[in-house]
Design a protein around this ligand. Structure first.
Ligand code: SF4
Length: 123
């Protein structure tokens, strides 16, 4: 599991199970990340963060992501890993879970449709 590009700037907020950042695993998008240069402290929740503060921080992080040239790559990385914490590619962890659930439902629907098509063609 990778740390996001912004992670080295805020080690204290990192959940302990996350591995150190590895450039070779991150891919070329990692070097172009806006959050790599600045914006530390926005992407991961400090412990016991009040809800209003969390929502404000996440919105601020999303604004940074919105101007990031590698947002799509970052988002896909976080969805494919999947990354369980923080804002990645403009999505919170909860939003990524929703996207992943939709993708799984869509895959099931496509498999069912393909099976139905094969049965129709065979019969
Ligand atoms: S999309 Fe957001 S979290 Fe991802 S690299 Fe860019 S600024 Fe960082």
């Amino acid at each position: 599991m990778l740390q996001p590009p912004h992670q080295p700037l805020q080690v204290a907020a990192v959940p302990p199970q996350r591995a150190p950042a590895r450039e070779d695993e991150a891919g070329p998008w990692h070097a172009e990340a806006v959050c790599r240069r600045d914006e530390a402290g926005l992407f991961f929740a400090p412990s016991k963060e009040p809800t209003a503060a969390r929502l404000a921080r996440e919105e601020a992080a999303k604004r940074v992501c919105a101007r990031c040239p590698v947002m799509v790559e970052c988002r896909e990385h976080a969805l494919l890993q999947p990354e369980p914490y923080g804002v990645w590619g403009g999505l919170t962890a909860a939003e990524r879970r929703v996207v992943l659930a939709r993708r799984r439902r869509r895959e099931v629907e496509l498999r069912k449709a393909a099976a139905t098509e094969r049965i129709a063609q065979a019969g």
